[in-house]
Design a protein around this ligand. Structure first.
Ligand SMILES: [Zn+2]
Length: 372
């Protein structure tokens, strides 16, 4: 039975000790790592192996792009290694399993990296035009980026909810969500900040992807996330560039909930990793068969109140990190932020594993990686 690791180090240890199991299938499989320049105890670790014969299919699974989401993500990766890897065919299939894209964030239980960058907004070729990409964030700057220590959380929540409802009435839910989740590139102290230059972790991943894809006819990438969508049903989040509709994907993969990353179904993102992969494939490998998507394991839910709760939890976590506050506020942040991205309820994780099994099974079969 797979468990959620208590610490980043324990999760990494578990991943590293799974190498022999992978080598029993791909004897040439290797464990590699990139230690972060700022802290060499933190590393992006990956296991990779080439197909033993003809290079037909490449399967990539990635986790913890949003640090704290890696507690669930690395457990689901472990589930994949134990239950699905043995069903692949090493003769024609290569693999790349990435343990943590954002080890600093996982270690410190934050979504962002040490530069406050949301790595899923950082897969950008040219940062210059993005400064003006999200004027609505500027409009809501005060609400989203309060500059004072966090105290009296209950009062702060009441005030935030009041303002959020006022802004909802004024701008509508779609615009409010887009203002935040789309990402912003102007305020390094703010939430959903995509950075102003290439991040170390992003560069590592771009290289890994390009190397992994080269030489294969077909590629499949699954990126593991938590925090959005209904609490008890995983959402498959597909690229806005994917040609299949959500209904078609739902049928093809036998996954109940599928959303494309556009404002109607999910939200739009600048610098998103899956979008980067679609663009990379279109530009460099246009003839390859290719599918990439994220698994989103929802936590707070998708009602309007749940979305507002997710938002103030995110805002207050960032506020506490920057400006500190009371002891009680610190406790609140650790608890709520933990529940937003790594829920403690055993039944939640049980259902997450069931959904992951259904999704891995459906996608691997539909994409021709497994036969059963
Ligand atoms: Zn995420």
């Amino acid at each position: 039975m797979v468990r959620i690791a208590e610490t980043y180090e324990a999760a990494r240890e578990r991943f590293c000790t799974s190498l022999p199991a992978v080598q029993s299938l791909w004897p040439e499989a290797r464990l590699n790592k990139h230690a972060l320049k700022s802290d060499e105890d933190l590393s992006i670790d990956w296991i990779s192996a080439e197909a033993q014969g003809k290079k037909e299919k490449m399967l990539i699974v990635t986790t913890a792009e949003h640090g704290i989401e890696g507690y669930v993500g690395t457990a689901i990766l472990q589930l994949f290694i134990e239950e699905y890897l043995p069903n692949l065919d090493p003769r024609n299939t290569g693999i790349l399993l990435v343990h943590t894209i954002n080890p600093w964030g996982m270690k410190h239980r934050r979504r962002v990296n040490a530069n406050n960058v949301d790595l899923n907004r950082s897969f950008v070729e040219d940062f210059a035009p993005l400064g003006s990409a999200n004027p609505d964030y500027d409009l809501l700057y005060k609400l989203l980026t309060p500059g004072k220590p966090l105290r009296a959380v209950d009062l702060q929540i009441a005030s935030f909810v009041g303002q959020a409802i006022y802004n909802l009435a004024r701008y509508g839910m779609t615009r409010l969500r887009e203002a935040t989740l789309r990402g912003q590139f102007n305020h390094p102290e703010g939430i959903y900040y995509g950075g102003q230059s290439r991040q170390e972790e992003t560069a590592v991943m771009m290289n890994l992807f390009e190397q992994a894809i080269a030489g294969y006819d077909q590629m499949l990438t699954i990126d593991l996330h938590t925090g959005y969508g209904p609490r008890d049903q995983m959402t498959l989040v597909a690229s806005a560039q994917e040609k299949m509709t959500s209904d078609e994907m739902s049928k093809k993969f036998n996954i109940p909930k599928v959303a494309a990353a556009n404002p109607e179904e999910f939200y739009t993102m600048n610098g998103d990793m899956i979008e980067y992969l679609y663009t990379l494939m279109k530009v460099k490998f246009p003839e390859r068969h290719f599918y990439a998507a994220a698994f989103e394991f929802g936590t707070f839910g998708d009602s309007t109140l749940a979305v507002i709760r997710s938002l103030y939890t995110t805002v207050f976590e960032n506020r506490f990190f920057r400006h500190k506050g009371s002891r009680a506020a610190e406790k609140w942040v650790m608890c709520e932020y933990g529940e937003l991205f790594a829920p403690t309820a055993p039944e939640w994780f049980e259902k997450a594993q069931q959904d992951a099994r259904q999704a891995f099974g459906g996608i691997l079969k539909a994409e021709g990686f497994t036969t059963e």
